[in-house]
Write a protein that binds this ligand. Structure first.
Ligand code: CAA
Length: 293
């Protein structure tokens, strides 16, 4: 039996959740956006509004289309607002305990047929599914940042994920105009299994004094044609997220080659988490980003 998705709930109104809400609404889905406070939901809505306004100013979208997209997104301060959602995508912080608590509180509010997707970038989908009342209807839907721009969605089946759940997810990914790649449920899946050790190695390269922030980023931008240098990208992803993913790889694969660089740990302990806190490997508080080392 095929499952039709019309209304999508999104948990987390930050850079990932907000982006997911935006692309889903732009593709015709009704969206309900949740976060831990109304302020955060409103901040997420303001970012979406700003992104769409930029598209209007570039002539990629009309003012009428922007109004229609925004009208499809409603604020969902509690999970009760998801009672008619066909799919809820969790895009909260990359912390397993928090995700578990979310799923425990979420499940009783959902209709029995609703699917749950997690945007986790590295945590076991099977393990997260086991904390819900519906492992067959649970799937990993991993978007890339910035969601409106990046073409890929990585889809990960848990051990119990049903074929109907997978097919409904595939249909959603196609409807929002993205390309899907399927990854098996192992730590970091595909993208982060490869990307994060590269970023971590760039941080070791800095830590060991092989290069400065600027020389490392320039080397990879101009020498390997990466759109951003690895340290710039780390700031963009968020250093706390980078560290969480390295810890999942390190513990999940039990191999010392994945050990997080102590310098990454130090930045996170300082609260220098990258662009979102306006300081990371670069300082974003001025007009132009300035390297912090
Ligand atoms: N939100 C929405 N749109 C954005 C955006 C954002 N944060 N940043 C840029 N854009 C849009 C711009 O509006 C512009 O749109 P148009 O083409 O319609 O004009 C387009 O993207 C290109 O932007 P710019 O010309 O300003 O900048 P750019 O050419 O330098 O590209 C970039 C910006 C797309 C972010 C590019 O630098 C890039 O591809 N960087 C690498 C990103 C990457 O690797 N992402 C994956 C991270 S890993 C991940 O997400 C997985 C995980 O779990 C950690």
């Amino acid at each position: 039996m095929s499952i039709e998705i019309r209304k999508v709930g999104v948990i987390g109104a930050g850079q990932m959740g907000g982006g997911i809400a935006q692309v889903a609404a732009a593709s015709g889905y009704e969206v309900a956006l949740n976060d831990i406070s109304e302020e955060r939901i409103n901040a997420g809505l303001a970012t979406i509004n700003g992104n769409l306004a930029r598209q209007v100013s570039k002539g990629h979208l009309t003012e009428e289309e922007k109004t229609l997209i925004l009208a499809r997104i409603t604020s969902a301060p509690t999970y009760e607002h998801f009672n008619d959602a066909d799919l809820v995508i969790e895009a909260a912080v990359e912390n397993e305990d928090i995700k578990r608590k979310i799923f425990q509180a979420l499940c009783p509010a959902l209709k029995p047929t609703a699917l749950i997707g997690t945007n986790t970038s590295s945590i076991s989908v099977t393990r997260l599914a086991s904390t819900t009342d519906r492992p067959e209807q649970f799937i990993g839907i991993h978007f890339m940042n910035p969601v409106p721009v990046m073409q890929l969605v990585e889809v990960i089946r848990g051990i119990a994920t049903s074929e109907e759940t997978f097919e409904a997810t595939r249909a959603l990914v196609e409807k929002i105009g993205k390309s899907l790649t399927v990854a098996e449920d192992f730590p970091g899946f595909i993208v982060n299994r490869i990307l994060l050790p590269m970023i971590n190695e760039a941080i070791y390269t800095l830590y060991e004094g092989v290069g400065s922030v600027e020389s490392i980023d320039t080397a990879m931008r101009l020498g390997a044609n990466h759109p951003m240098g690895p340290l710039q990208l780390a700031d963009f992803i968020g250093l706390d997220t980078c560290l969480s993913i390295m810890q999942v790889l390190y513990e999940g694969l039990a191999d010392s080659k994945y050990r997080p660089c102590p310098l990454l740990v130090k930045y996170v302990e300082a609260g220098w988490l990258g662009r979102k806190t306006r300081r990371g490997f670069y300082d974003y508080r001025g007009e132009k980003p300035v390297p912090t080392r």
